[in-house]
Ligand binder design. Structure first.
Ligand code: FAD
Ligand code: NAP
Length: 315
């Protein structure tokens, strides 16, 4: 029986791993379905994590030491996809995995984060992976010396536009309103970049393509006018969906209380409505969706889990 199971190996899960193991829990496994590090590893640059002052620090380079640091204190990392967490009659938990195997644990910290949303325009799914992408660091290089278009007006869209503008001859930002969600200084940098053109009050109507992939996009403006942009790359940055699937039970209900957006309801100490179950990072209500806050959540949940395991084990 594990003292603690951590589901997800992004900033929240890795920090929970560091604090649980260093804080004295004996048997802790962090289950991660892919490479540890989480979604920030797809970011071209991180510059708002306190102390991380290196210039052009990629999300990948930033996250590599996190796992190494946890492993020094005994965190076990298992590359597995968790399909469900269920609660047993004695208050312990079962971790169900996609290969059919299970683990049991006294406490569980869920840190499954969020994934990119699709915008829902014609051709988006058909051309996904063939010109339509949600990751500039992964796919930007394919469009070196070419033009690309970006959908969205949040931090991700604006920051990745700046990244792509260094590789591509021209970047179009297509945003459905006339104001952005992004941080003001990022907007300023975007506006100062000569090869970025902003199309406001504009929505993607249809991806244009051929057998080779994307050739362009047709955009419709709020006043009804349309414009065709010829670009072989289209990046969709329209927000994130929370990864709450592991909390869905066989009868379709959730293991703990959730809000209407599918985010886990927690208190200030990351306690869910179920004792011994904690939710952290992008997955929880009112998440600032920042690496530093996800890491903070992981530490808080870990301290709670240590106290809980001590209490139920009468240690
Ligand atoms: P995630 O980072 O999403 O990690 C969750 C992990 O859980 C993933 O590794 C996933 O593979 C794993 N997982 C999910 N489901 C399962 C399962 N069923 N079984 C096993 N494993 C599972 N924040 C900043 O502070 N500064 C920035 O500059 C910044 N830039 C960003 C740029 C981009 C392009 C993006 C997408 C985000 C950026 N963010 C930034 C936001 C930041 O990355 C997130 O807020 C943060 O990563 C959330 O951490 P998390 O641990 O909650 O979740
Ligand atoms: P976001 O803030 O939710 O922004 C999504 C953008 O996409 C919005 O501008 C939205 O338009 C637009 N949009 C949504 N659905 C659309 C659709 N169907 N068609 C066209 N446009 C659509 O998402 P995000 O930029 O990915 O950021 C997610 C979170 O991560 C945020 O909290 C953000 O602050 C954080 N983040 C932080 C950093 C950083 O700190 N440096 C970097 C990246 C991300 P409207 O504005 O009209 O709603």
């Amino acid at each position: 029986m594990l003292d603690c199971a951590i589901i997800g190996g992004g900033p929240a899960g890795l920090t929970a791993g560091l604090y649980t193991t260093r804080g004295g829990l004996d048997d802790v496994i962090m289950f991660e379905k892919g490479m540890p590090g989480g979604q920030i590893t797809s970011s071209s640059e991180i510059e708002n994590y306190p102390g991380a002052t290196a210039h052009n620090l990629s999300g990948m380079d930033f996250m590599i030491p996190w796992l190494e640091q946890c492993q020094r204190f005994g965190l076990k990392h298992e590359m597995s996809e968790v399909t469900r967490v269920s609660r047993n009659e004695d208050g312990t938990f079962t971790i169900h995995k996609s290969d059919g195997s299970t683990n049991t644990a006294k406490s569980v910290i869920v840190a499954t984060g969020s994934t990119p949303k699709r915008a829902g325009f014609i051709g988006e799914d058909k051309y996904f992976g063939r010109g339509v992408s949600t990751c500039a660091t992964c796919d930007g290089f394919f469009y070196k010396g070419k033009e690309v278009a970006i959908i969205g007006g949040g931090d991700t869209a604006m920051e990745e536009a700046l990244y792509l503008a260094k590789i591509c001859t021209k970047v179009y930002i297509i945003h459905r309103r006339d104001t952005f969600r992004s941080a003001p200084n990022t907007i300023e940098r975007v506006k100062m970049t000569p090869n970025i053109e902003i199309l406001l009050n504009a929505s993607p109507q249809e991806v244009l393509g051929d057998a080779m992939g994307v050739t362009g996009i047709r955009v419709v403006f709020k006043d009804g006018l349309t414009r065709q942009i010829d670009a072989p790359g289209l990046f969709v940055f329209v927000g994130r969906d929370v990864n709450n699937q592991v909390l869905i039970q066989d009868d379709g209900s959730f293991l703990c209380e959730m809000n209407d957006a599918g985010e886990v309801i927690v208190d200030i100490s990351m306690n869910t409505s179920v004792p011994g179950l904690y939710a952290t990072g992008d997955l929880r209500i009112a998440a600032p969706k920042q690496v530093v806050s996800a890491a903070g959540d992981g530490s808080v949940a870990a301290l709670q889990a240590i106290a809980y395991v001590d209490k139920i084990s009468h240690r």
